[in-house]
Design a binder for this molecule. Sequence first.
Ligand SMILES: [Zn+2]
Length: 226
Amino acid sequence: MSTKVLVYNDDKENMELYYLQEKDTMPYVTNGTLTVGEFRGSSDSPTIWTNRSVMECWNTLRERWGKPIGVKFAFKRIWEGGHGSQSQHYAGTAMDMAQTFTNEERDQLRILAEELGCWEYVEPAELTPVWVHVDKRLTPPACEAGYIKLALGSVNTNVLVLQDALNTLGFIGAGLDGIFGPGTKNAVKEYQESRDLDPDGVVGCETWQNITKEVKGTGMTDTTIL
Ligand SMILES: [Zn+2]
């Protein structure tokens, strides 16, 4: 069984599609340092996604560290649950690594990750002492530490989180391609109407908070697109 891998190419501003095996290297990763199996971690999803710039940032970190860095948790579908309701792991832009390292090694890796400047966020040791969380979130967030505002024409990995959530909640027609088209807009409006939110078809802070809270960890449904 191959895995469908969607990659948002930040340079070309489009979504790319790959079909890969578990042992294959993730797209844009050099020297075989991160496989599909490692990136999916505990997720059972037949479809996964990320950004090209996340993979390139990994390349830089791994190259500068100069030794293997184990990644135990990266991608997760929002209905599979995991961290909080608006985790960057659901967007495929976060990685939890270095679980087997000593505290001192993890401190060194956090310092290196900060120095590189290509990650938007390196979680402090006080919050996650036994692994190193780094992510390359899109900015500016619609809510604090959340996803960006989305509207007709948006193309990115946050759109995939939105489409995945809408499909799973039964607001079908959104697709699962990372492209906010008319079908996604209709599904958003239907959701907003059903929840007494302003049905403007735009996903800002309030709509994000409602959707993500509702769908986090619910498990897949009949309308989830796998
Ligand atoms: Zn994390």
